[in-house]
Design a binder for this molecule. Structure first.
Ligand code: FAD
Length: 311
């Protein structure tokens, strides 16, 4: 969730090439990046999946790299996911790990991008299904969402377990939730991490939180599978209460949190018998993902600033 003053500034910087070069080259950056990014390669992320499984956690794996500019890069993104799925298959980890994908990385913003993204994501969803797991389509900025939901609907015709993400800060989301809370549909609800204009999104954190609760109710009372993406202790407690009221068993919804954030809470909820899935990002093109994590919490920025200055 973005912070009132610094958040939008950092999110604007996340789109700047000049800033990208500065941040990537700054001494001390890596130390902070390592908190949020699980590694650069499949080899580095696999032990993290194994470790999570040993601790009773599940994961959703995100190969970072949303800022692509060519069709070749979009194919490379598809291939990176296919390589990952192959490795999970070899290790018998298919049921412990699902995949999260950003359609921008699969070419959605390029010319003919809707078709290109669908053509790239389909083999990934097929390969995931073949090893007993699935894919969730992340939600990016609001201009991409009609295309994302259309691709989600298309994929669900053959792979009904394909998930998608909805963002509480957008005015449209309660309607989306009503449409999606049906037929076992897997829906991750998050607050929203992009810089959005006042014409489409709440700018006030408290308004977003209230909307989150309204949307949670819709998802819990529907017949889909809600995935609660948040670290907010209040929302976690409300989720548990709403699930109880809706008569949902512990395996009829799940919590999701980000790698590197409130890790003690991951273990606590898993120990209580909840399904807990850790969103684990890895890869070399971490800039956009990293900047969104900085924007969510001012203390991260202070820590980042200090680590640059002390190097
Ligand atoms: P907040 O009120 O922001 O945070 C609650 C508490 O959590 C904070 O007080 C702090 O203790 C801790 N915390 C939260 N963020 C951080 C941080 N960066 N660093 C350190 N501590 C932190 N957004 C999208 O727009 N699209 C997506 O597809 C998407 N997928 C996501 C998947 C998962 C599993 C999760 C957990 C989040 C995802 N997000 C996505 C990000 C989301 O929109 C929020 O920006 C993010 O989760 C912060 O909101 P929060 O609910 O944790 O609440």
């Amino acid at each position: 969730m973005e912070v009132p003053v610094l958040g939008p500034v950092i999110l604007a910087a996340s789109r700047s090439d000049q800033m990208r070069r500065f941040v990537s080259a700054a001494p001390g950056t890596k130390q902070v990046v390592d908190r949020f990014i699980a590694g650069e390669t499949v080899d580095q992320v696999v032990p993290i999946v194994v470790d999570a499984a040993d601790k009773g956690l599940e994961v959703t794996l995100d190969v970072v790299g949303e800022d692509i500019t060519t069709r070749e890069q979009s194919h490379a993104a598809r291939d990176a996911y296919l390589e990952l799925i192959d490795r999970l298959k070899d290790l018998g980890l298919g049921t412990k790990a699902e995949m999260s994908v950003k359609l921008s990385m699969f070419g959605q913003a390029l010319e003919g991008g809707h078709e290109l993204a669908l053509a790239n994501v389909r083999p990934v969803v097929e390969a995931a299904a073949a090893i007993g797991t699935t894919v969730t389509l992340d939600a990016e900025d609001h201009t991409t969402l009609d295309s994302m939901f259309a691709i989600h609907e298309e994929l669900r015709k053959d792979f009904p377990q394909t998930g998608c993400v909805i963002q509480a800060y957008l005015f449209r989301t309660e309607d989306d939730a009503r449409r999606l809370a049906a037929n076992g549909s897997r829906v991750r609800i998050v607050k929203g991490a992009y810089k959005e204009p006042a014409s489409v999104a709440y700018q006030d954190k408290a308004e977003t939180d209230k909307a989150y609760v309204r949307i949670l109710k819709i998802l819990m009372e529907g017949s889909g599978y809600p995935m609660i993406g948040s670290h907010d202790p209040r929302l976690i407690a409300i989720t548990q209460e709403l699930a109880r009221r809706a008569g949902r068993k512990l395996d009829e919804y799940e919590f999701q949190m980000l790698y590197g954030i409130r890790s003690d809470e991951h273990l606590r909820l898993a120990a209580e018998g909840h399904r807990m899935r850790v969103y684990t990002a890895y890869g070399t093109d971490w800039y956009g993902y990293f900047m969104r994590r900085l924007a969510e919490k001012p203390a991260n920025l202070l820590f980042f600033g200090r680590s640059i200055l002390t190097k």
